[in-house]
Design a protein around this ligand. Structure first.
Ligand SMILES: NC(=O)C1=CN([C@@H]2O[C@H](COP(=O)(O)OP(=O)(O)OC[C@H]3O[C@@H](n4cnc5c(N)ncnc54)[C@H](OP(=O)(O)O)[C@@H]3O)[C@@H](O)[C@H]2O)C=CC1
Ligand SMILES: O=C(O)[C@@H]1CCC=N1
Length: 272
C-alpha cells in the first residue's frame, strides 16, 4: 500500500494497529507517521516500530492520506479543532472511539469530509483483530476497499451501519477484556486445583482459542458444540449446571448492555 498512514495518538490501540500493519507487510514502517501527547511515548514507538513520529498533530494531519484518530473520546473535540484546517479534502479520516459519530466530524470540520468510522480491537497486534467499519457517503467503493485492505491486514473486517456500530464495543472492541478475565479465572481455578501458574494460563488460553476456532471453522451452533462436550451425568454438565445457577450467560449479556449504555452516554447531544 503506498498511502501514508497517520496516527494521532500512539497508545495501546494505535500500537496494536501499527504493529499489525507492519508485521503483515502491507504498510512499510517508513509510511507510518504518528503523534502523541508526550515525547516519551513517541520515542518508545519510534524505537519499537521504526515509524516516523512528530509531536505536532497538525504535521501528522497534513502528511496522512489515511488519518487514524487514536485518542480517547474526551480528547476528540480539542484535537479536531486543532487539525481541522490541515486535513486534505482527499484524506480519509478514521475515528476509532466509541460514541464518535459522523455528525461530530461534520460539526468539527464544518463540512462533510471523507470518514470511515472504525471499531478495532487489540488482537490486531497479532493480526487476529476484529474490526467493524462504517463509511460515509463521501467514501467511494475504491476507498472503502482500501480501508478494508488496511484493517484486513490486522484481522477480520465487517462493514456495518452507523447504528450497528454502537453495539460493537460490547461484542468485539471491549470484549477481549472479558475473555482475558475468563482466562484468568480459569487459570486461578487450575492453580487452586494444583496446576502450575504458567501451565494453567497455557491450558486455559489454548482452550479458549480452540473453542473460538471450532465456532468459526465448523459453523456449528455453540450450543451443539457444548452438547458434544457434555456426557450424561458427566463432568462437563456438573460445571455447566453451576454456571447456569450463577447466571453466567445472563451476566455476560448484562455486562454487554452496560458497555453499550456507556457508548450512548458518550455521544454528544447537539440539541443542548
Ligand atoms: N484499547 C482498546 O482496546 C481499544 C481502544 N479504542 C479506542 O482507541 C482510542 C485510544 O485508546 P487507547 O489506545 O486504549 O488509549 P491510550 O490511552 O493507550 O492512548 C491514547 C493516546 O493518545 C495520546 N494523546 C492524548 N492526548 C493527545 C493529544 N492532544 N494529541 C495527540 N495525542 C494525544 C496519548 O499520548 P501519550 O501516550 O503521550 O499520553 C496516547 O498515546 C480510544 O478512543 C479508545 O476508545 C477502540 C477500540 C479498542
Ligand atoms: O474502553 C475503551 O474506551 C475502549 C473502547 C473499546 C475498547 N476499549
Amino acid at each position: 500500500m503506498e498511502q501514508t498512514i497517520g496516527f494521532i495518538g500512539s497508545g495501546n490501540m494505535a500500537q496494536a494497529m501499527m504493529g499489525g500493519m507492519i508485521r503483515s507487510e502491507l504498510v512499510p514502517a517508513s509510511q507510518i507517521i504518528a503523534s502523541a501527547r508526550t515525547e516519551a511515548t513517541l520515542s518508545r514507538v519510534a524505537a519499537q516500530f521504526g515509524i516516523q513520529t512528530n509531536l505536532n498533530n497538525r504535521h501528522v494531519a497534513r502528511e496522512a492520506d489515511i488519518l487514524i484518530l487514536a485518542i480517547k473520546p474526551h480528547d476528540y473535540q480539542t484535537v479536531l479543532e486543532e487539525i481541522k484546517h490541515d486535513v486534505s479534502q482527499e484524506a480519509i479520516i478514521i475515528p476509532i472511539a466509541p460514541g464518535i459519530r459522523f455528525v461530530d466530524l461534520q460539526q468539527a470540520f464544518e463540512q462533510e469530509m471523507k470518514v470511515v468510522l472504525a471499531m478495532p480491537n487489540t488482537p490486531s497486534l497479532i493480526e487476529a483483530g476484529m474490526s467493524a467499519l462504517c463509511p460515509n457517503d463521501k467514501i467511494s467503493s475504491h476507498e472503502l476497499d482500501l480501508v478494508m485492505q488496511l484493517f484486513g491486514s490486522i484481522g477480520e473486517v465487517d462493514v456495518l451501519s452507523e447504528k450497528q456500530m454502537e453495539a460493537v464495543p460490547a461484542i468485539s472492541s471491549s470484549a477481549p477484556a472479558y475473555v482475558y478475565m475468563m482466562i484468568e479465572a480459569m487459570a486461578d481455578g487450575g492453580v487452586a486445583q494444583g496446576l502450575g501458574r504458567e501451565q494453567a494460563y497455557r491450558l486455559a488460553a489454548q482452550t479458549v482459542l480452540g473453542a473460538a476456532k471450532m465456532v468459526l471453522d465448523t459453523g456449528k451452533h455453540p450450543g451443539e458444540l457444548k452438547d458434544n462436550v457434555t456426557s450424561p451425568a458427566g463432568t462437563t454438565i456438573a460445571a455447566v449446571a453451576t454456571l447456569e445457577q450463577s447466571k453466567f450467560r445472563g451476566t455476560i449479556m448484562a455486562a454487554m448492555q452496560s458497555c453499550t449504555d456507556r457508548v450512548m452516554e458518550m455521544q454528544i447531544d447537539y440539541e443542548d
